[in-house]
Design a protein around this ligand. Structure first.
Ligand code: ADP
Ligand code: MG
Length: 724
C-alpha cells in the first residue's frame, strides 16, 4: 500500500501533559470557551477568534446555551455536555455565574482555568468575598486558575500555538516569558513587542492573582529551556518573602526583568526615625529587587530594550566598554551615559591603537571612543570593531552609526553582526537612521540588537554588566546565628505596649544582642550623675532623659566632652534649663563615656507592612537626612550583602580612610548589620530602630553605639504568612 501523502496523513496524537502544575493552562490539548459569543467585537467572540486564527493545536469547544454554532464550531449548551475530555476552560460569563461555571468545569474534569470575567476583588468587598469562594473551590479541587479579571494567556510554542486572549495583537514566538499584572497594559506590551520585533515564549495576564501568582510563573519558567529571559510588569507583590526566595534562585539561571509601577508612591508611614524618614515603599522595593539579582527597569520600553540585549547577546565578563563610531557627538553622549551608569570606558592597549592607526584615516581618533570619521564604510566597521573587541581590556562594545550619504546602515549592521558572531562579547548598535531601516532591521532577527539612541543602548549594556556580575557572585552559606539573649529582649519589648522604649531599655536590647555601646549609666540627679561620671571616668557626655524627647541635640539636651565635676555640674543645670524651656519634663540623665575618633555612621531598621523589616546603613550624625548617603538591605542578610551595603554608600571612601587617616574596620560594621538582621526577624514587634551615631573606628574594640532609639508596635509589624 502506498504511503499516504502528507496532506491527509492522520494528525499526530496530541502530546501528553508534561506534569508541571501549570501545563493544563499552557499546553492544553483541548479548550472549552465558556461564554463564547457570536457578537463581533465582544470579548467572547474575540477570544474564540484568536484561538482559531492563531491555529491552536487542539480541539476548541465553544459553550453557550443560546447558540448551536459559533465561528463554524459546534457549540455546546454546557461544559458537561461536551463529549470529549477538556483540559482548559476559559471563563467569560457574567460574574454572578462564574462560580457555577467553574464548579461545572471541575465536575467535568477540567484541569486548568482562565477566568477572564471581572467583578471580583477589584470592585470591593462583595467582589472580594466572591473571589475567596472561587479560590477555595479551585484549590480544594487541585485545579490551577489564572485570574479572575485578566486578559488571558498566550503560548507561542509551535506545538501548542495557544492564544487565549482577546488582545488584537498576536505574539511572535521568541525567548521571553512575560507576565503582566495589568490586563490593559498587557495589550500595550504585546503591541510594543510586535513593533520591536520581539518574540515571546509565553505571555500571561495575571489579573487578580486569586490562585496563580507571579511566584508560580517564575517557578514555571525557571527550568523552561525555551524561556531565556523572564519579564514582569508588577503592581504589587503578593508575598514578597517568597518572591525573594524564588527570585534569588531563578536569577542564577536566567535574567529576571521587572517593571514595578508606583515608583513615586510614598508609604503613609509615621516616620519619626531617621530610617523611616529616608525609606519609602519604593526604596524598599528597589533594595529588595536588587538583593535578589532582579533587574529593575523604569518603563516597558526600557524593559524591552534590555530584554532584547539579554536574549541576543552573551554576558560580558567585566564592565569595560569600547565605543566605535563614525560621528563624535553621539559617541560623547554614549560615553556620558555609560559612565553615569557605572560602566568604565575601556583603556585600549598600545597594540590595538597601532593596529587601528595602520588602516584608519589620519584624522580618525584611535582612543576610546574610536572615531573613524564620516567616511567610514561597513568594511571600516568590521575591521575596527574586530580590533577593538579583540583587545583584552574590552568587555563589550557599542557600535554607533550616523547614516552618511553613501553607506547603507543595513550593511553596517550586517558588518557588526559578522564581527560579533564569533567573539563572546556583547555588541550593541546605535543606528541613527530612517524608519525604513528600522523596519528592515526588525525583520532580521539574526542581527544584533539595535537602538535609536546612545542612552538606551548604554542602559542595556549596563544591565548586561550588572546581571553578569550577579551571576559571578558566589552563593554563600547562610550566616550562623549569633548566640544572643532573645528571652531578655522579649521581656524588655513587653514593657511597652506601643511606642518608644526608654533610652536605657533600648541600650539593653543592643547589649543583649552583642552590639557594643559606649559605657553608660542612668542618673536621677546631680549626685548620681557625678558618681556615674567618676565610675566611667572623665571626660563624659551627659544627655537629658524626658518623655517624648526624640531629637535631643535639637533642644540642647546633649553636652559632650565634660572634663571634670565642675563642668558636669554646669552642664546638668544648662541642660535642665534648656530642655525644660523647650517644654519637656526632665526625668533624669544619661551619663556616657566620651568617645573619640572614627566616623559617625547610622544603622537603622524600619518595617513595611508588606515587605517586613528593612535594614539601613549610611553616614550618620545629625545630617543624615540632608545627605541621605545610605543603603538598604532586606534581612536575612548574607555577610557579602552586608558588606555590599557598606561599600555601596558614597562615603565609603571616608570609612576606608582618606588623607592618611586609618580606615574603619568594615567587618565590624557588617557584623552589626547581621546582628540587627537577626534581631528584626526574631522580634517582629520591633517597628523602628536607629543607632545614630555608631562610631566606626579602625580599632574594632573602639567601635560603639553612642545613641539608640527603638519603637515597638502593638503586634507583629508585618504578616510573614501573607498570601502563602
Ligand atoms: P540626638 O541624636 O538625640 O540629638 P545623640 O545622643 O545622638 O543625640 O547626640 C548628638 C551628637 O552628640 C552625636 O551625633 C555625637 O556627635 C555626639 N555624641 C553623643 N554621644 C557621644 C559620646 N558618648 N561621645 C562622643 N560624642 C557623642
Ligand atoms: Mg542621635
Amino acid at each position: 500500500m502506498p504511503d499516504l501523502p502528507d496532506a491527509i496523513s492522520p494528525p499526530a496524537a496530541a502530546p501528553a501533559l508534561r506534569g508541571r502544575p501549570l501545563d493544563p493552562i499552557f499546553e492544553p490539548r483541548s479548550i472549552a470557551v465558556v461564554g463564547a459569543s457570536r457578537k463581533r467585537g465582544s470579548i467572547g467572540f474575540s477570544l474564540l477568534h484568536n484561538l482559531i486564527v492563531n491555529e491552536f493545536n487542539g480541539a476548541i469547544f465553544p459553550v453557550n446555551p443560546q447558540a448551536d454554532v459559533i465561528h463554524s464550531l459546534k457549540c455546546y449548551p454546557s461544559v458537561g455536555a461536551i463529549p470529549d475530555p477538556v483540559d482548559l476552560a476559559v471563563i467569560l460569563v457574567p460574574r454572578q455565574i462564574v462560580q457555577g461555571a467553574v464548579e461545572e468545569c471541575i465536575a467535568k474534569g477540567v484541569r486548568g482555568l482562565i477566568v477572564i470575567s471581572a467583578g471580583f476583588s477589584e470592585i470591593g468587598e462583595e467582589g472580594r468575598a466572591r473571589e475567596l469562594v472561587l479560590r477555595e473551590t479551585v484549590r480544594a479541587a487541585g485545579v490551577r486558575m489564572i485570574g479572575p479579571n485578566c486578559m488571558g494567556v498566550i503560548n507561542t510554542d509551535p506545538d501548542v500555538r495557544l492564544n487565549a486572549t482577546f488582545a488584537p495583537t498576536p505574539a511572535e514566538a521568541g525567548a521571553i516569558g512575560f507576565v503582566s499584572q495589568s490586563g490593559a497594559l498587557g495589550v500595550a506590551i504585546l503591541n510594543v513587542a510586535g513593533d520591536l520585533g520581539i518574540g515571546l515564549t509565553q505571555f500571561v495576564s495575571m489579573g487578580n492573582k486569586a490562585d496563580v501568582s507571579g511566584n508560580d510563573l517564575l517557578e514555571h519558567w525557571e527550568d523552561d529551556p525555551a524561556t531565556r529571559v523572564i519579564a514582569m510588569y508588577l503592581e504589587s507583590f503578593g508575598n514578597p518573602r517568597r518572591f525573594t526566595e524564588i527570585a534569588k534562585r531563578v536569577t542564577r539561571k536566567k535574567p529576571l526583568l521587572v517593571v514595578k509601577s508606583g515608583r513615586t508612591e510614598e508609604g503613609a508611614r509615621a516616620a519619626s526615625s531617621h530610617t523611616g524618614a529616608i525609606a519609602g515603599t519604593d526604596v524598599t522595593v528597589s533594595a529588595f529587587l536588587d538583593q535578589c539579582g532582579v533587574l529593575r527597569a523604569d518603563t516597558i520600553e526600557e524593559l524591552f530594550d534590555v530584554a532584547r540585549a539579554l536574549v541576543r547577546s552573551p554576558l560580558p565578563s567585566g564592565n569595560r566598554v569600547g565605543i566605535v563610531t563614525n560621528a563624535g557627538g553621539p559617541a560623547i553622549m554614549a560615553t556620558d551615559a555609560c559612565v553615569s551608569l557605572g560602566l568604565k570606558m575601556a583603556e585600549l592597549g598600545e597594540a590595538t591603537r597601532a593596529s587601528l592607526r595602520s588602516f584608519l584615516p589620519a584624522e580618525a581618533s584611535v582612543g576610546n571612543p574610536v572615531d573613524m570619521i564620516a567616511s567610514a564604510t561597513a568594511v571600516s566597521y568590521e575591521r575596527t570593531l574586530g580590533v577593538v573587541l579583540d583587545d583584552p581590556g574590552v568587555d563589550m562594545a557599542l557600535a554607533i552609526n550616523v547614516t552618511p550619504l553613501l553607506t547603507s546602515p543595513i550593511d553596517v549592521l550586517e558588518a557588526v553582526a559578522r564581527v560579533a558572531r564569533d567573539r563572546a562579547k556583547p555588541v550593541l548598535s546605535v543606528m541613527m537612521a530612517t524608519e525604513a531601516f528600522y523596519e528592515e532591521a526588525r525583520e532580521r532577527r539574526e542581527l544584533p540588537p539595535v537602538y535609536r539612541f546612545p542612552e538606551s543602548a548604554a542602559r542595556a549594556l549596563a544591565m548586561l554588566a550588572r546581571y553578569a556580575a550577579w551571576r559571578r557572585t558566589p552563593t554563600e552559606a547562610p550566616e550562623p546565628e549569633f548566640p544572643v539573649d532573645d528571652a531578655g529582649v522579649a521581656e524588655i519589648l513587653e514593657r511597652v505596649p506601643e511606642g518608644y522604649l526608654e533610652p536605657a531599655d533600648a541600650f539593653r536590647v543592643l547589649e543583649l544582642y552583642g552590639i557594643p555601646l559606649a559605657a553608660w549609666r542612668i542618673a536621677k540627679n546631680r549626685e548620681e550623675a557625678l558618681a556615674a561620671a567618676r565610675e566611667i571616668g572623665f571626660p563624659v557626655v551627659v544627655k537629658a532623659i524626658a518623655p517624648r524627647l526624640v531629637h535631643k541635640s535639637d533642644v540642647g539636651a546633649v553636652a559632650v566632652d565634660l572634663r571634670g565635676e565642675e563642668e558636669l555640674t554646669r552642664a546638668l543645670a544648662g541642660i535642665a534649663e534648656a530642655v525644660g524651656g523647650a517644654g519637656f519634663a526632665v526625668e533624669g540623665f544619661l551619663v556616657q563615656q566620651m568617645a573619640r575618633g572614627g566616623h559617625e555612621v547610622i544603622f537603622g531598621v524600619t518595617t513595611d507592612p508588606r515587605f517586613g523589616p528593612l535594614l539601613m546603613f549610611g553616614l550618620g550624625g545629625r545630617y543624615v537626612e540632608v545627605f541621605q548617603d545610605v543603603r538598604f538591605g532586606v534581612p536575612p542578610l548574607e555577610r557579602r550583602e552586608a558588606l555590599q551595603m557598606i561599600h555601596g554608600i558614597h562615603g565609603v571612601k571616608l570609612l576606608l580612610g582618606v588623607r592618611g587617616e586609618a580606615g574603619a574596620d568594615l567587618d565590624r560594621l557588617a557584623e552589626v548589620l547581621l546582628r540587627l538582621a537577626q534581631l528584626t526577624l526574631r522580634h517582629p514587634r520591633l517597628r523602628e530602630l536607629d543607632i545614630n551615631p555608631f562610631l566606626a573606628t579602625a580599632d574594632p574594640g573602639k567601635a560603639m553605639a553612642l545613641d539608640a532609639r527603638i519603637r515597638v508596635g502593638p503586634g507583629p509589624s508585618y504578616d510573614p504568612a501573607l498570601n502563602p
